[in-house]
Design a protein around this ligand. Structure first.
Ligand code: NAD
Ligand code: FE2
Length: 381
């Protein structure tokens, strides 16, 4: 099958190998003339990034971005945006660069501080929407789905918390999903980002809300992960597997408007306190959260298992998750991420307050957080 297409939801997506070449056209479609090109310092040096920049002769680059980005990255980016007189952002990278790029386009014209726009109630309506600049997004990982999302994740260094900033106009105007851009991802990042896409689909599907549309997207996303993630990890040049994982990532972010849950609620504090990779951290927690939630999700997981070609029961699905993790090198316990018991009380206090906690299918309080964290520490399912 020719894995190319032009999609119109959740935004305009130009999907297919080689389509980075359409960047100049995408810039015009998004009505920008003088974009700031936002990426991270590792990607900035890669030939593929230089080639993409080369398609936009007058663009300037901003790349002062940490993995698990912080407010200072956004502040510096906004300064570069203003001093260059830019009128839009090309965000090129994994979730970290895409989120910072989106936040620069969002914050460039705001007068209130970043944290006033956290994804709480209707706080997003505080923003001056008229000043939000257009965004063209090009993902180079296949995981976060930030390229088709209306939110960005940034760490508040004062409180060591990952916060979600939301505005509908942070949705990129045009997204170019070119799987060739993901070919150079090291296997462990391919594995971790793939587990993020998986966790988005799974937590959305298991969420306790009525959203059949999201459910449909999530189950097909999980099937794509099952059929393609291990192949993409083993052979990074397998474009078919890379394309299907890129689709799964976009599907995860599309479906998680329904819900996320305890995987993310635990992974966010661990990521902000230990600087672990977000997707890998999700991958470690996934089976422990599944088992903890079992009573509430048993029936749903049976249906999911049947759809993706497993025996229709919870155990078969759990075994599949465990085998996939092992096959692609995701650690079974937190020790594999160099996370120990020393900050357990802090994590247990933070996790239930994470904005994703309310989407867990069973109530997720401090006690639940402690139980799951300790099991993930000790490898007890
Ligand atoms: N906006 C959202 O909806 C959303 C959802 C989930 C996660 N996130 C956030 O996204 C961030 C994680 O993003 P990520 O998992 O994509 O990782 P990342 O962007 O932090 O990238 C991880 C590493 O891989 C490198 N890399 C990326 N693409 C590469 C390529 N093609 N070749 C070689 N190296 C490459 C990067 O330079 C970096 O060193 C976290 O901050 C997380 O909280 C956001
Ligand atoms: Fe995530």
């Amino acid at each position: 099958m020719d894995l190319r297409g032009n999609w119109n939801y959740p935004t305009t997506v130009r999907f297919g190998a080689g389509r980075v070449a359409e960047l100049p056209d995408a810039i015009s479609a998004a009505k920008m003339r003088n974009p700031l090109f936002v990426t991270d310092p590792v990607l900035a040096k890669l030939p593929m990034t230089q080639r993409a920049m080369g398609l936009l002769p007058s663009a300037k680059m901003f790349s002062d971005i940490k993995p698990n980005p912080v407010e200072a990255n956004v502040t510096a980016g906004v300064a570069a945006y203003k001093s260059g007189g830019h009128d839009g952002v090309v965000a090129f990278g994994g979730g970290s660069a895409l989120d910072v790029g989106k936040l620069i386009a969002f914050m460039g014209g705001q007068t209130r501080p970043l944290w006033d726009f956290e994804d709480i109630g209707d706080w997003w309506t505080r923003a001056n929407a008229a000043t939000i600049a257009p965004i063209v997004a090009l993902p180079t990982t296949a995981g976060t789905g930030s390229e088709v999302g209306r939110a960005a994740v940034v760490t508040d260094e004062k409180t060591h918390t990952k916060k979600i900033i939301f505005h509908p106009l942070m949705m990129p105007k045009v997204t170019i999903c070119d799987p060739e851009l993901t070919v150079g991802m090291p296997p462990i990042i391919t594995a971790g980002t793939g587990m993020d896409a998986f966790a988005h689909c799974l937590e959305a599907y298991c969420g306790p809300f009525y959203h059949p549309m999201a459910d449909g997207i999530a189950v097909e996303g999980i099937r794509l992960v099952k059929e393609n993630l291990a192949a993409a990890v083993k052979d990074g040049k397998n474009i078919e597997a890379r394309a299907n994982m890129m689709a799964a990532a976009a599907m995860g972010a599309t479906s998680f408007q329904k819900a996320l849950g305890a995987i993310h609620a635990l992974s966010h504090p661990v990521g902000s306190l230990y600087d672990t990779h977000h997707g890998l951290t999700n991958g470690v927690f996934m089976p422990y959260v599944l088992v903890f939630n079992r009573k509430a999700i048993d029936e749903r997981i049976r249906r999911l298992a049947a759809y993706i070609g497993l025996r229709p029961n919870f155990r078969a699905f759990l075994d599949f998750v465990l085998a996939l993790r092992q096959e692609i090198g995701v650690p079974h316990t937190l020790a594999g991420l160099n996370v120990g018991a020393e900050k357990v009380d802090t994590i247990v206090a933070m996790a239930p307050n994470d904005p994703t906690a309310g989407g867990n299918p069973v109530p997720f309080d401090k006690r639940a957080a402690r139980t799951i964290f300790m099991r993930a520490l000790e490898g007890r399912l």
